[in-house]
Design a protein around this ligand. Structure first.
Ligand code: CU
Ligand code: ZN
Length: 171
């Protein structure tokens, strides 16, 4: 009986980590706090869902209704009152700004998230071009920014989405 229990425990460890090359279950989280005088706050979680697929999920509140620009920015520094310290869009490939599912995009271009009548946005989607790691395409140590207005998914390099109303470092 004791031997069976030990085997089950070892199987659990093996299933929990597929080895250093895979990291299929790596996760990272950003806790976003208000910037630029807003009340926007919440949590965003990144989960590695495949070799080049990351699931982005979470909930934000305190914004006005409608689609709002949502990006990973280059620097993990939200200290500035307008979050300008977060730098530009995370762009390890040296591309132009675009939408999350367009071939030409910054890796950090996550498009828009939609806030409802109550000013709440719940989201859960997958994107490519990033990883939950500290590698060149990795999001750990960078930041998530929510903007005042919608991202037009084309204006380079910002998407013309206005001020930075919430920011959180990805850890
Ligand atoms: Cu942004
Ligand atoms: Zn961009």
């Amino acid at each position: 009986m004791k031997r069976i229990v030990i085997s089950a425990a070892l199987a659990g460890i093996a299933a929990g980590c597929a080895g250093p090359a895979a990291h299929q279950d790596a996760t990272a989280t950003a806790v976003l706090e208000p910037r630029s005088g807003s009340n926007v706050r919440g949590t965003v979680t990144f989960t590695q869902a495949g070799a080049d697929i990351v699931r982005v999920s979470g909930e934000l509140s305190g914004h006005t209704k409608g689609p709002k620009g949502f990006h990973i920015h280059e620097k993990g520094d939200c200290s500035d009152a307008q979050a300008m310290s977060a730098g530009g869009h995370f762009n390890p490939g040296g591309h132009k700004h675009g939408g999350p599912y367009e071939p030409q995009r910054h890796a950090g271009d996550l498009g828009n998230i939609n806030f409802n009548d109550q000013g709440v946005a719940k989201f859960n989607f997958v994107v490519g071009g990033i990883s939950v790691s500290s590698k060149a395409d990795g999001v750990i140590g960078r930041s998530v920014v929510v903007h005042a207005a919608a991202d037009d998914l084309k204006t380079d390099p910002t998407g013309n989405s206005g001020g930075r109303v919430a920011c959180g470092v990805i850890r």
